[in-house]
Design a protein around this ligand. Structure first.
Ligand code: MLT
Length: 266
């Protein structure tokens, strides 16, 4: 059942399942916490799994015209405070990864381990920023239908698009359900995000990097860069998955995080 916390002037919706060491999972754009359904089911027997909707997404309030990765990270910290959690594993995908890196920079002592899936450390290029602003305006003027039609083909692997109608429908529904003002604010926040490359060599907690071999948005080369710079990190490539690897190939994704987390506990 959805839980709500009034924090930092907004209402944050989240799920809190299972008991044990906390793991907080941060979703991508323009998705919501429901993308972690299979991971929550797989982990909740041994872990306390907390899945927030990041500001402007899912059932969490929209706040302002720009939602920076730092604000989202501060929301996550406030939620952990509210739940009396001082340290957690921070898992993430894509925009969630930008937030996870912002969180690590601000609160390194609160991170037990990191999972960075289908994400990248670098900032947007100038062209990338211009494209974000265009997409933000499109979301505001035309709504999420136009944004979804443009984005969806790039998010999923060709084999997912051809053979996994349920996955396509689920991802589409998450995107269409996102508040256009929330999406625009996140797009502007992502455009403004800093380069986190210099942080990678500072990461001193167990880190798992996951990437779909068919990820066209944050390709395996980005994952390899992070793997090379984060000392002791583990890299798992999910064969045949695109950018939303945890939804496209949940069994492979769960195996990767399960092996990583059980290694961490020994
Ligand atoms: C995401 O999946 O969160 C986004 O595609 C990330 C991005 O647009 O950079």
């Amino acid at each position: 059942m959805t839980k709500l916390a009034r924090l930092r002037g907004i209402e944050i919706a989240y799920d809190d399942a299972g008991e044990g060491t906390p793991i907080v999972l941060l979703h991508g754009f323009p998705f919501n916490r429901s993308m972690w359904r299979e991971q929550t089911e797989s982990l909740r027997g041994a872990w306390r799994v907390i899945t927030p909707d990041l500001r402007g997404h899912g059932e969490t309030s929209v706040a302002g015209e720009v939602a920076t990765m730092e604000e989202m990270a501060a929301d996550v910290a406030a939620l952990l405070d509210e739940l009396n959690i001082s340290r957690a594993v921070v898992g993430s995908l894509s925009m969630g990864g930008y937030v996870a890196l912002a969180f690590f920079r601000k609160f390194p002592e609160r991170v037990l381990a990191l999972i960075l899936a289908d994400t990248r450390p670098q900032a947007d290029t100038d062209d990338g920023r211009r494209a974000r602003e265009e997409t933000a305006r499109r979301a505001l003027v035309e709504g999420m239908g136009a944004v979804t039609d443009a984005m969806l083909p790039k998010l999923l692997a060709p084999s997912t698009r051809e053979r996994e109608a349920e996955v396509v429908d689920r991802v589409r529904a998450m995107m269409l359900g996102t508040n256009p003002r929330g999406a625009a604010a996140a797009l502007r926040g992502m455009a403004a995000r800093r380069d986190q490359t210099d942080l990678l060599t500072e990461i001193n907690v167990p880190t798992l990097i996951v990437v779909g071999t068919e990820d066209a948005l944050t390709p395996p080369s980005d994952a390899e860069t992070m793997h090379a710079k984060i000392e002791g990190s583990r890299l798992v490539k999910i064969e045949g998955a695109g950018h939303v690897s945890n939804v496209e190939r949940p069994e492979d994704f769960n195996r990767a995080i399960g092996e990583f987390l059980s290694g961490m506990r020994t």
